[in-house]
Design a protein around this ligand. Structure first.
Ligand code: GLN
Length: 203
Protein backbone atom coordinates (compact mmCIF):
# COMPACT_ATOMS: atom_id res chain seq x y z
CA UNK A 1 0.00 0.00 0.00
CA UNK A 2 1.26 3.46 -0.88
CA UNK A 3 2.05 5.62 2.15
CA UNK A 4 2.03 9.40 1.80
CA UNK A 5 3.04 11.90 4.48
CA UNK A 6 1.35 15.22 5.17
CA UNK A 7 3.60 17.94 6.57
CA UNK A 8 1.98 18.85 9.88
CA UNK A 9 3.89 21.87 11.08
CA UNK A 10 1.08 24.37 10.54
CA UNK A 11 -1.93 24.92 8.29
CA UNK A 12 -4.71 22.93 6.74
CA UNK A 13 -3.31 19.40 6.90
CA UNK A 14 -6.27 17.41 8.21
CA UNK A 15 -8.31 17.57 5.00
CA UNK A 16 -5.41 16.11 3.01
CA UNK A 17 -5.43 13.03 5.24
CA UNK A 18 -9.14 12.60 4.46
CA UNK A 19 -8.59 12.91 0.71
CA UNK A 20 -5.71 10.42 0.75
CA UNK A 21 -7.68 7.92 2.83
CA UNK A 22 -10.66 8.27 0.49
CA UNK A 23 -8.52 7.12 -2.43
CA UNK A 24 -7.06 4.17 -0.55
CA UNK A 25 -3.68 5.69 0.29
CA UNK A 26 -2.33 5.40 3.82
CA UNK A 27 -1.53 8.87 5.14
CA UNK A 28 0.79 9.68 8.00
CA UNK A 29 1.81 12.84 9.82
CA UNK A 30 5.25 14.29 9.19
CA UNK A 31 6.39 16.52 12.03
CA UNK A 32 10.08 15.65 12.05
CA UNK A 33 12.69 14.47 9.55
CA UNK A 34 12.73 10.85 10.71
CA UNK A 35 9.08 10.54 9.66
CA UNK A 36 10.11 10.99 6.03
CA UNK A 37 11.72 7.56 6.10
CA UNK A 38 9.55 4.90 4.52
CA UNK A 39 6.97 7.15 2.91
CA UNK A 40 6.37 7.29 -0.84
CA UNK A 41 5.38 10.94 -1.21
CA UNK A 42 4.56 14.13 0.66
CA UNK A 43 1.82 16.76 0.76
CA UNK A 44 2.76 20.28 1.84
CA UNK A 45 -0.56 21.88 2.79
CA UNK A 46 -1.85 25.43 2.68
CA UNK A 47 -1.40 27.70 5.66
CA UNK A 48 1.14 30.41 6.31
CA UNK A 49 4.34 29.93 4.35
CA UNK A 50 6.40 32.28 6.55
CA UNK A 51 5.46 30.30 9.66
CA UNK A 52 5.99 26.95 7.98
CA UNK A 53 9.38 28.03 6.65
CA UNK A 54 10.44 29.18 10.12
CA UNK A 55 9.29 25.90 11.68
CA UNK A 56 11.07 23.85 8.99
CA UNK A 57 14.32 25.56 9.94
CA UNK A 58 13.65 25.50 13.70
CA UNK A 59 13.06 21.74 13.60
CA UNK A 60 16.10 21.17 11.32
CA UNK A 61 13.97 19.74 8.55
CA UNK A 62 15.17 21.89 5.64
CA UNK A 63 17.86 19.58 4.20
CA UNK A 64 15.86 16.38 4.65
CA UNK A 65 12.81 17.92 2.96
CA UNK A 66 14.94 19.04 0.01
CA UNK A 67 16.54 15.57 -0.24
CA UNK A 68 13.19 13.84 0.02
CA UNK A 69 11.55 16.16 -2.50
CA UNK A 70 14.29 15.68 -5.07
CA UNK A 71 13.57 11.97 -5.28
CA UNK A 72 9.88 11.61 -4.34
CA UNK A 73 6.51 13.00 -5.45
CA UNK A 74 5.50 16.18 -3.62
CA UNK A 75 2.15 17.97 -3.86
CA UNK A 76 2.02 21.55 -2.59
CA UNK A 77 -1.17 23.56 -2.21
CA UNK A 78 -1.04 27.34 -1.83
CA UNK A 79 1.50 27.95 0.99
CA UNK A 80 2.84 24.50 0.08
CA UNK A 81 3.42 25.73 -3.47
CA UNK A 82 5.30 28.75 -2.10
CA UNK A 83 7.59 26.43 -0.14
CA UNK A 84 8.26 24.25 -3.20
CA UNK A 85 9.32 27.23 -5.32
CA UNK A 86 12.82 28.36 -6.17
CA UNK A 87 12.36 32.02 -5.24
CA UNK A 88 9.71 34.23 -3.65
CA UNK A 89 9.15 37.94 -3.09
CA UNK A 90 9.38 37.45 0.70
CA UNK A 91 12.83 37.25 2.24
CA UNK A 92 11.49 35.60 5.39
CA UNK A 93 10.86 32.43 3.40
CA UNK A 94 13.58 29.93 2.60
CA UNK A 95 11.93 27.95 -0.20
CA UNK A 96 12.89 24.33 -0.83
CA UNK A 97 13.76 25.10 -4.47
CA UNK A 98 12.10 21.98 -5.88
CA UNK A 99 10.32 23.72 -8.76
CA UNK A 100 11.70 26.40 -11.05
CA UNK A 101 9.09 29.08 -10.37
CA UNK A 102 9.12 32.57 -8.82
CA UNK A 103 6.29 33.41 -6.46
CA UNK A 104 4.51 36.54 -5.37
CA UNK A 105 2.64 35.94 -2.11
CA UNK A 106 -0.94 36.99 -1.35
CA UNK A 107 -1.40 38.26 -4.88
CA UNK A 108 -5.03 37.19 -5.35
CA UNK A 109 -6.22 39.53 -2.59
CA UNK A 110 -7.05 39.35 1.09
CA UNK A 111 -8.91 36.71 3.09
CA UNK A 112 -12.20 38.51 2.47
CA UNK A 113 -11.64 38.20 -1.28
CA UNK A 114 -11.41 34.40 -1.09
CA UNK A 115 -13.42 32.76 -3.82
CA UNK A 116 -14.20 29.55 -5.61
CA UNK A 117 -13.78 29.63 -9.37
CA UNK A 118 -14.48 27.01 -12.02
CA UNK A 119 -11.23 26.20 -13.78
CA UNK A 120 -10.53 23.87 -16.68
CA UNK A 121 -7.65 21.48 -16.04
CA UNK A 122 -5.82 19.83 -18.92
CA UNK A 123 -4.56 16.60 -17.41
CA UNK A 124 -3.72 15.47 -20.91
CA UNK A 125 -4.83 16.32 -24.42
CA UNK A 126 -7.52 13.66 -24.08
CA UNK A 127 -8.48 14.27 -20.47
CA UNK A 128 -9.80 17.62 -19.31
CA UNK A 129 -11.94 18.45 -16.31
CA UNK A 130 -13.65 21.61 -15.10
CA UNK A 131 -13.33 21.72 -11.32
CA UNK A 132 -14.03 24.22 -8.55
CA UNK A 133 -10.85 25.82 -7.25
CA UNK A 134 -10.91 27.71 -3.96
CA UNK A 135 -8.45 30.58 -3.78
CA UNK A 136 -7.52 31.91 -0.32
CA UNK A 137 -4.84 34.62 -0.12
CA UNK A 138 -3.20 32.66 -2.87
CA UNK A 139 0.21 33.21 -4.43
CA UNK A 140 0.77 34.12 -8.05
CA UNK A 141 3.29 32.18 -10.09
CA UNK A 142 5.07 35.24 -11.49
CA UNK A 143 7.72 33.46 -13.53
CA UNK A 144 8.30 29.87 -14.47
CA UNK A 145 10.69 27.69 -16.42
CA UNK A 146 9.16 27.22 -19.84
CA UNK A 147 9.64 23.46 -19.71
CA UNK A 148 7.15 22.99 -16.87
CA UNK A 149 3.67 21.70 -17.74
CA UNK A 150 0.86 24.10 -16.98
CA UNK A 151 -2.28 22.09 -16.35
CA UNK A 152 -4.54 24.89 -15.11
CA UNK A 153 -4.85 28.59 -15.91
CA UNK A 154 -6.92 31.22 -14.14
CA UNK A 155 -6.91 34.93 -14.95
CA UNK A 156 -4.21 34.34 -17.57
CA UNK A 157 -1.84 32.87 -15.01
CA UNK A 158 -0.83 29.29 -14.24
CA UNK A 159 -2.46 27.91 -11.08
CA UNK A 160 -1.52 24.25 -11.49
CA UNK A 161 1.93 23.15 -12.59
CA UNK A 162 3.37 19.70 -13.01
CA UNK A 163 7.13 19.48 -12.97
CA UNK A 164 8.28 15.88 -13.13
CA UNK A 165 7.18 14.37 -9.82
CA UNK A 166 6.16 17.73 -8.36
CA UNK A 167 2.65 19.16 -8.50
CA UNK A 168 2.06 22.77 -7.42
CA UNK A 169 -1.44 24.20 -6.94
CA UNK A 170 -2.33 27.80 -6.03
CA UNK A 171 -5.72 26.67 -4.74
CA UNK A 172 -7.16 24.13 -2.28
CA UNK A 173 -8.59 20.98 -3.91
CA UNK A 174 -8.97 19.36 -0.48
CA UNK A 175 -11.61 21.95 0.53
CA UNK A 176 -13.88 20.82 -2.29
CA UNK A 177 -13.29 17.11 -1.79
CA UNK A 178 -11.37 16.89 -5.08
CA UNK A 179 -8.99 13.94 -5.16
CA UNK A 180 -7.81 13.86 -8.78
CA UNK A 181 -4.63 15.82 -8.05
CA UNK A 182 -3.65 13.46 -5.22
CA UNK A 183 -4.45 10.50 -7.44
CA UNK A 184 -2.48 11.79 -10.39
CA UNK A 185 0.61 12.21 -8.26
CA UNK A 186 0.46 9.39 -5.73
CA UNK A 187 -1.87 6.63 -6.83
CA UNK A 188 -0.12 3.60 -8.26
CA UNK A 189 -2.98 3.16 -10.69
CA UNK A 190 -2.29 6.67 -11.96
CA UNK A 191 1.45 6.28 -12.24
CA UNK A 192 1.34 5.25 -15.87
CA UNK A 193 -1.17 7.94 -16.57
CA UNK A 194 0.89 10.56 -14.77
CA UNK A 195 3.95 9.58 -16.77
CA UNK A 196 1.80 9.94 -19.82
CA UNK A 197 0.86 13.50 -18.86
CA UNK A 198 4.49 14.47 -18.48
CA UNK A 199 5.45 12.99 -21.76
CA UNK A 200 2.56 13.99 -23.94
CA UNK A 201 0.95 17.08 -22.56
CA UNK A 202 1.58 20.08 -24.75
CA UNK A 203 0.87 23.41 -23.01
N1 GLN B 1 -1.10 33.62 2.03
C1 GLN B 1 -0.49 32.41 2.47
C2 GLN B 1 1.02 32.50 2.37
O1 GLN B 1 1.54 33.36 1.70
C3 GLN B 1 -1.00 31.20 1.69
C4 GLN B 1 -2.47 31.02 1.89
C5 GLN B 1 -2.95 29.60 1.77
O2 GLN B 1 -2.18 28.66 1.92
N2 GLN B 1 -4.23 29.48 1.57
O3 GLN B 1 1.68 31.73 2.96
Amino acid sequence: MIKVGVLELQGNFSMHHKILQNIGIKSVAVKKSSQLIGIDGLVIPGGESTTMSLLIQTFNMYESLVDFGQSHPVLGTCAGLILMSKTTDDKRIKPLGLVDIHIQRNAYGRQIESRTEKIKFNFSNQYQLVLPATIIRAPIIKEMNRNLKVIGIYDNRPVAILSGHHLCLSFHPELNGINIFHRVLFDKECKVYYKNINEHYVA
